[in-house]
Design a protein around this ligand. Structure first.
Ligand code: OGA
Ligand code: MN
Length: 294
């Protein structure tokens, strides 16, 4: 197994390409450690040519750590295409038909087009996400990733000191609201009530600090809401400048894995009449970001 930077000239430390590994087979302990080390270094790892099914994706994912459940999904249990161990990142219904343009599940899913970190709206958020491309449209539909370690490092000292101990409140109600999606049931409003997360967190293995931003963040403790949102918007604008961003152009059977503690990501547009079928497994962070102070 080998891991090389995808863009050695511009971003040698962000996004690596992994070769010499077959994800249909169980990994050795040495391979597992090499994957973790690759994640520590690059934050995003790309595996090409991995024709895997849900079961193989689950085995690979679980070999890296415990999974979280897809409790952030909006589909009713009887409408799910995949088990609760997987997030259905597709535009399909359970009969594999493309969702209508105005389908509630599709409109909710468009929230993925805003820069975010997975499950930051959960008390215990996500660690790694593993996204497997099963079917992709003819063009477009990239996924972009931004390096929140580099974004933190590039802040001036005054801002670093100011954000160091800030606590933000995160909810899917905030992020979807940005796009004008307000069609939540009372149960969903209770289930997705805001949670607290640090704005600056420390990676437990590398010790590096990163900005824990996400479109789910809708407030800063002790701040008036409009001022908090304007500030979070400024920080997000800073953190997603092109020098911090890797844009992944999907090929069939790609698997891309990212560390939600040190990255944000977003989906890009594609022709909504074409099939885009991706499955995501997600490792839990096991603890809140509140326990990962600098
Ligand atoms: C996700 C996600 C982006 C995409 O799977 O968590 O945000 O491009 N996906 O589908
Ligand atoms: Mn996501």
């Amino acid at each position: 197994m080998e891991i090389k930077p995808i863009d050695p000239a511009n971003r040698a430390f962000f996004a690596g390409r992994v070769s010499g590994i077959d994800l249909t087979k169980p990994l050795s302990a040495a391979d597992v450690e090499a994957v973790h080390r690759g994640m520590d270094e690059f934050g995003v790892l790309v595996f090409h040519g991995q024709k895997i099914d849900d079961e193989q994706q689950l085995v690979f994912s679980k070999s890296l750590g415990p999974l979280e459940q897809a409790t952030g999904d909006i589909a009713a249990p009887q409408d799910r295409r995949v088990s609760m161990d997987l997030n259905d990142i597709s535009n399909l219904d359970k009969n594999n038909k493309v969702l209508a343009r105005d389908d509630r599940r599709r409109l909710f899913g468009l929230g993925n087009m805003l820069w975010h970190s997975d499950s930051s709206f959960k008390d215990v958020p996500a660690k790694y996400s593993l996204l497997s491309a099963r079917q992709i449209p003819d063009a477009d539909g990239n996924t972009e990733f931004a390096d929140m370690r580099a974004a933190y490092d590039a802040l001036d000292d005054k801002t670093k000191a100011e954000v160091r101990d800030m606590i933000c409140s995160h909810s899917q109600i905030f992020s979807r609201g940005i796009l004008g999606f307000t069609d939540f049931t009372d149960d969903e409003r209770v289930k997705w009530a805001p949670v607290r997360q640090r704005l600056v967190r420390k990676h437990p293995r590398t010790g590096r600090l990163s900005l824990y931003l996400s479109s789910h963040a809708g407030g800063i403790e002790g701040w008036p809401v409009p001022e908090a949102r304007a500030f979070l918007r400024d920080l997000t604008e800073h953190a997603t400048q092109r020098q911090f961003v890797y844009a992944h152009q999907w090929k069939p059977a790609d698997l891309v894995m990212w560390d939600n503690r040190v990255t944000m990501h977003r989906a890009r547009r594609y022709d909504h009449t074409q099939v885009r079928d991706m499955r995501r497994t997600t490792l839990t962070n096991e603890v809140s970001s509140l326990e990962q102070a600098p």
